[in-house]
Design a protein around this ligand. Structure first.
Ligand code: AMP
Ligand code: ZN
Length: 114
């Protein structure tokens, strides 16, 4: 998608603080961090929302989650705790329509969320 912010970050056309990348996913620091560690994990391929996933994407979503767990471990939060969130569509607060897994850690995270 030529006008998608996260496609441009994945392609290296817009700078981001990238913390991991491989052939399928890219992870970078959220520009408006809500916790000491706040990373977004995205697929390189454009997928607008979770509603657009197909069974063929199961491995890709698994890679996103395993990347989140690996980053949490690298940063020393795997035992303390961390949160992983996908926001989908308007009422959940999705603002960028290229799926992204939020990884948040480093402070007490309240439940239920706002
Ligand atoms: P969501 O509200 O779930 O769609 O999350 C979108 C996230 O993208 C927000 O937490 C924003 O702070 C973050 N964001 C927006 N633009 C950028 C950017 N250029 N680089 C890094 N994070 C961004
Ligand atoms: Zn995109």
């Amino acid at each position: 998608m030529s006008d998608c912010l996260f496609c441009k970050i994945a392609a290296g056309e817009i700078p981001a603080a990238i913390v991991h990348q491989d052939e399928a996913v890219v992870a970078f620091k959220d520009i408006n961090a809500q916790a000491p560690l706040h990373v977004l994990i995205i697929p390189r391929r454009h997928i607008a929302t979770l509603n657009d996933l197909s069974p063929d994407d199961d491995g890709l979503v698994g890679s996103m989650l395993r990347t989140a767990a690996a980053l949490a471990q690298q940063h020393g939060y795997h035992e303390r705790g961390y949160r992983t969130v996908f926001n989908t569509n308007r009422e959940a607060g999705q603002t960028v329509f290229h799926i992204h897994l939020h990884l948040l850690a480093g402070r007490w995270l309240t439940w239920p969320p706002g």
